[in-house]
Design a protein around this ligand. Structure first.
Ligand code: NFA
Length: 102
């Protein structure tokens, strides 16, 4: 019986749990913020180790920018804002931005 009532549905029921879209937090280089301050922010706000923080800082310093980590949208934006404000409070132009992961 190949009529409409006996053919199976074209779409399967989704079995996997959808994951939320992720956002990158990006560290932007500048000529004024001290390297050690950048490392301190990366450790304190993003929980990077000393080695990880130093590597991310140096990569941004050499290439202009570096991905720090990925989070859900709200967490990425909150951390980027907090880290940027901590620098602003000390008078540094340090900037963290966010962008959706491809
Ligand atoms: N370029 C800064 C300096 O030489 C250090 C820095 C690295 C700033 C990464 C911002 C981001 N003091």
């Amino acid at each position: 019986m190949a009529d409409e009532s006996t053919t199976k549905p074209r779409t399967e029921t989704r079995k996997k749990t959808a994951r939320p879209p992720l956002f990158k937090v990006i560290l932007v280089n500048d000529d004024f913020t001290p390297r050690e301050f950048v490392v301190r922010i990366l450790k304190g706000e993003f929980r990077l180790s000393e080695d990880q923080a130093h590597h991310v800082m140096l990569t941004a310093h050499m290439r202009g920018a570096c991905v720090v980590a990925v989070f859900t949208k709200e967490v990425a934006e909150t951390k980027a804002t907090r880290a940027t404000e901590a620098a602003r409070n000390k008078g540094y132009p340090l900037l963290f931005t966010t962008e959706p992961e491809e």
